[in-house]
Structures are given as structure tokens and as C-alpha cells.
Design a binder for this molecule. Structure first.
Ligand code: NA7
Length: 536
């Protein structure tokens, strides 16, 4: 058929973000495997290669959003701000890739569209969009959790005469908002970061909000020289700390219930957490996410903050979440989000009251009126966790598409393996705690575990590793149990549940039992001869 012959590897990894880069380093440099990384972007970066929308920055603090395996990397890199903006994260990943000489084993512009398993040879054949094929004993997905964009199918989008963009596939040359009327759909973490910046740059911003959201100030700012020195002196301790906590951040969740303190102490503690900013707000009390009453107290406090910041009481109320508790959906942090609604050039449309009917050549028409627009920004999120895996066209050993196998929801063992997909490892897959944790901590743990597992196979002469449906079912029950021990399943529109994508099965996907606890479980499983996995 004129195609070049398959290229043969020990392992093929898809994705050159945080996980793919680290997996390449461990498998190639520590195990000596022949490894190829296939990356559809034109450079390293993963999520941060695509997410270049205005205001895009990480919600984890920069010094915690790093690899921890190399004191040398820590010494030679320094962050400029409390939270890293997208270009700085790309610079960091480029720095790491260059330092470890990773790029020579990465094929850029290579979009994987198919993967089949040869049951007799115990090898995967991976195909790209251009028809190139690669075979490998191990197939490792490092495709991220939030990389398949969700563009809602509004009637008439094709007829729109202006330009439209999804935040997760932002043009690399940027978008000039000067003098433009912009409509933004979506008020998740992304929309909350983008709106203040777009409002400043555009003539007028209209935000179309379906579910109001809580948000806590990020309090971003330059990193002081003293703090940089503190990091250099303490990086080891900070990394060690991250590995012991529920969320992979270097701070503990308070052990005090919000219900056990006096109103004065409660006010003092919450105000201090608000002033300090960051995701740490969640940790101000022990029971933010485990006790309904406690969550209500904290949610009410945050609702009140919205009313304090937003001057027009009617708009403030429109912005106030009433149907879900704080942090049951992924809690955003922001820079001047609620303040943005005090601007004269910003309009908030509640599309629960006036639903979007269609997109017209001139803008967006709701049940109430048409909003003329030059640009529409979809901050409408992602087909999270499963979407990026389905896009790879992976088939089980008996030829079933992963999408069909998971028709009722994803089933994995530890988020790392899927029954009937031997020698396939899914870094940060559904059923892993990654999206509830500081991502690089989860990634390093997953990759280290997979590396040890492959080393174990090589040492013991095994060709194939797989898990069983029974194991996946048991793990699925554990994922459900862990979620139900929290208030997380209560937010009915959350992407954790798949509820943001029409037709997607509703199942709480991340493991909510805590990052450190999960790591211990994985360690124990490996120690017990990889309990729940079968080798042959
Ligand atoms: P999210 O958190 O999924 O937010 C998407 C937003 O878009 C949210 O406000 C949605 O409203 C809204 N949305 C989605 N579909 C529609 C339709 N059809 N009509 C109107 N509004 C819609 O995605 P983000 O990109 O903000 O954040 C993703 C993660 O990235 C974040 O959690 C961090 O982990 C980093 P809804 O709430 O569903 O009513």
C-alpha cells in the first residue's frame, strides 16, 4: 500500500506534556528501553501547548507545579510568579526536555488515530493520521485529562459571520479583541480566568452563564527573591511534603471542623484564607467537602463575598451559586473575576432564564433577544478523562473500540490498566486521583509505578501484563465508595461526573480517596507481586 514499514519499539508513549516527557525519561534513561513519543502538537507542552487563552495560568502554585525527581532541575529553574502563566509552563517543559535530551525521541505533528493489539505477539500496533505505523510491546497514554474540547452543538454556529474559538484550542498567534464585541459561553475555571482579561481588551464582553460558580482570589504576583531562596533551601522538604498529602499540595487540610469554632474564629479563619488566596481555601477547615452543614456554612460565606464585591445586587445574585456547594465542582481561583461585573463594558446573561436558542450570522440569540457579536469564545470545557483516550482509536485484544467497552462509563484498575487491553498503561486515566490532585505529583507517582512494573516484568522474563474485569469492578466500587464519602458527587453538572457532555454516561471518574493514600495502595499492590495483575 506504499506505506513505510512499521517502526519497532519497546514502548510507544502518546503525548509530550508533563507525563509523556517524564515517562520517556524513566523508560529510556533508567530502563534502557527503545521508546518513541508521538505528539500531535508541534512542540512539547501537552495541555499547555493548546491552552493559550487570555489569562491561562495554572491554579497550582508554580513552585509546586514541577517535577520533583531532579534537584538539578530545581536548582537551575526559577519561576517568576506565584502561579505560572501558560508560556512559562511551556518554557519549563522545554527546559526539562532539553536538559534531559528528550526531543530526539519525540515525533511532533503525529496524531494517533488507531491502536490494535496482537494477542499472539503481545505487541501493539499504533497508527497515526498519516498512516505511519509503530509497533511496541508497551503502549502508554500520556494524553492528559482535559485535552478533548467540548464545543456544544448550538444551532447555527456555521452561519456565524464573526470568528469563534474554544479556549482549549486557542490560536497560537493570539486573538486581537480590540474594539470587538465578544460573547463568552462558560464560567468554569477557564471562563473565570478569561473574562477579566477579555473585558479589559475588548469593546464589550457578554458572558453567557449557565451555572454560577464560586471563586476565591488567586492573589497572583511576582515571586520575591527571598521566596526563591527559601525554595532553593527547602525544595527536598517541599517535594517530600507534597507526597504525603491528600491533594498533592505541600499543605495539610486543617483538622478543625468549621462547625466546632465560634462565629468570630470562623470569620477570622475564612477571612485569612480569602486574603491568602489560592486553592488552599478548601483546606481552611477539615470538613469543607465531607459534611453538608459545614459545606453550607462555607458556601454561604462565599456567597456573601460575591454580594460584597459586585455592586449591582441583582447581578450579584445572578452570579451566586445556589444549587451546589463550594468545591463540589472543581473550585476556580481568579484575578478580579467578580470585579469584572462592575465594569460598564460587561454584561451577564443568565441562560437558565433566557436559554440560547441559536447562533445567528450576527451573534447569539437567546429566548429574550439577539446579542450582536464579533467574536464568540467557548469556555465550555472538555470531554474530560475519557475523551482523549477515545480519540486514539484504541481497540481491545478482541477488536472492540474502547468507546464501546466503556459505553456505560470507564472501568479501570487503579486508573492505570483496562481489562482486555494488555500491556496498555493509562497515565492519569479515569479512576486515578490525578484531577483531584496537584497534577505533577500524580504523574510522577503513576510513571514511577509503571516503570517499576515494567522493570519487574523484564527481570522476571514476562511479556504481558493485564488485569481482569473483576479487579476493575472492585476498583470501580472503591472509586464510588471514595466519592460517596465526600460531597463531590452532589454537583450535578460537574465534569468529574461526565455531566457536562450531553450523552456521556454519568459516573464519578476520579478516585477521591486522596493522592497519598492511593500511592500507598499502589505500593502495597506492587509489593504483593502486583496483586490484581496477571503476567504471562
Ligand atoms: P468546565 O469547568 O467544564 O466549565 C465549562 C463551562 O461551560 C461551565 O460553566 C459550563 O456550564 C459551561 N457550558 C458547558 N456546556 C455549555 C452549554 N452547552 N451551554 C452553556 N454553557 C455551557 O471547563 P473549564 O475549561 O472551565 O475548566 C476545566 C478544568 O480545567 C478545570 O476544572 C480545571 O481543572 C482546569 P455548566 O457548569 O455545565 O452548567
Amino acid at each position: 500500500n506504499g506505506r513505510s514499514p512499521s517502526k519497532t519499539y519497546d514502548a510507544v508513549i502518546v503525548g509530550a506534556g508533563f507525563s509523556g516527557l517524564y515517562a520517556l525519561h524513566r523508560l529510556r534513561d533508567d530502563l534502557g528501553l527503545k521508546v518513541r513519543v508521538l505528539e500531535m502538537g508541534e512542540e512539547v507542552g501537552g495541555t499547555w501547548y493548546w491552552n493559550r487563552y487570555p489569562g491561562a495560568r495554572c491554579d497550582s502554585e508554580s513552585y509546586t507545579y514541577t517535577y520533583s525527581f531532579s534537584p538539578e532541575l530545581d536548582r537551575e529553574w526559577s519561576w517568576s510568579e506565584r502561579y505560572p502563566e501558560h508560556p512559562e509552563i511551556r518554557r519549563y517543559l522545554n527546559f526539562v526536555a532539553d536538559k534531559l535530551d528528550l526531543k530526539r525521541d519525540i515525533e511532533f505533528g503525529a496524531r494517533v488515530t488507531g491502536a490494535t493489539f496482537d494477542d499472539a505477539a503481545n505487541r501493539w500496533t499504533i497508527t497515526t493520521e498519516t498512516g505511519e505505523t509503530f509497533t511496541a510491546q508497551f503502549f502508554i497514554t500520556a494524553v492528559g485529562c482535559l485535552s478533548t474540547t467540548n464545543v456544544p452543538k448550538f444551532k447555527g454556529l456555521d452561519s456565524f459571520r464573526g470568528r469563534w474559538y474554544h479556549t482549549g484550542a486557542w490560536p497560537h498567534e493570539g486573538v486581537d479583541f480590540t474594539g470587538k464585541r465578544v460573547g463568552q459561553i462558560g464560567t468554569g475555571s477557564t471562563g473565570i480566568q478569561a473574562a477579566p482579561v477579555i473585558a479589559e481588551q475588548s469593546k464589550h464582553l457578554t458572558v453567557f452563564q449557565r451555572t454560577p460558580n464560586y471563586s476565591v482570589p488567586a492573589r497572583n504576583g511576582p515571586m520575591s527573591e527571598e521566596f526563591k531562596q527559601h525554595l532553593r533551601d527547602n525544595y527536598t522538604a517541599i517535594h517530600d511534603k507534597k507526597r504525603t498529602t491528600t491533594n498533592g499540595h505541600p499543605f495539610d487540610i486543617s483538622s478543625t471542623s468549621v462547625l466546632d469554632v465560634s462565629p468570630e474564629d470562623r470569620e477570622r479563619i475564612l477571612e485569612a484564607a480569602w486574603t491568602e488566596g489560592s486553592l488552599k481555601f478548601r483546606a481552611a477547615f477539615s470538613d469543607t467537602l465531607t459534611n453538608m452543614k459545614a459545606n453550607q456554612v462555607i458556601s454561604d460565606w462565599l456567597r456573601n463575598k460575591i454580594h460584597q464585591v459586585v455592586k449591582d445586587p441583582e447581578i450579584a445574585e445572578r452570579l451566586t451559586p445556589r444549587d451546589h456547594g463550594y468545591a463540589t465542582k472543581r473550585p476556580p481561583i481568579d484575578t478580579d473575576y467578580f470585579e469584572t461585573y462592575n465594569r460598564d463594558n460587561v454584561t451577564l446573561v443568565d441562560i437558565r432564564k433566557e436559554p440560547i436558542v441559536e447562533i445567528t450570522p450576527n451573534g447569539i440569540r437567546t429566548e429574550a433577544r439577539e446579542y450582536p457579536l464579533d467574536i464568540i469564545v467557548f469556555a465550555t470545557g472538555f470531554d474530560a478523562l475519557t475523551g482523549p483516550l477515545f480519540a486514539l482509536g484504541i481497540e481491545s485484544r478482541d477488536g472492540k473500540a474502547l468507546r464501546d467497552v466503556w459505553a456505560a462509563g470507564p472501568q479501570t484498575y487503579l486508573g492505570l490498566q483496562v481489562p482486555d487491553f494488555p500491556n496498555l498503561f493509562t497515565i492519569t486515566g479515569p479512576g486515578s486521583p490525578s484531577v483531584l490532585a496537584n497534577m505533577p505529583v500524580a504523574i510522577e507517582q503513576h510513571v514511577d509505578w509503571i516503570t517499576d512494573c515494567i522493570r519487574h516484568m523484564r527481570d522476571s522474563g514476562k511479556q504481558r501484563i493485564e488485569t481482569t474485569e473483576a479487579e476493575a469492578e472492585t476498583w470501580g466500587n472503591e472509586v464510588d465508595r471514595a466519592a460517596n464519602a465526600t460531597l463531590l458527587p452532589m454537583a450535578s453538572s460537574s465534569w468529574y461526573l461526565g455531566a457536562n457532555v450531553p450523552g456521556k454516561p454519568r459516573r464519578f471518574m476520579p478516585y477521591a480517596g486522596g493522592m497519598a493514600h492511593y500511592a500507598k495502595l499502589c505500593e502495597g499492590i506492587a509489593r504483593d507481586g502486583y496483586r490484581g495483575f496477571q503476567f504471562s
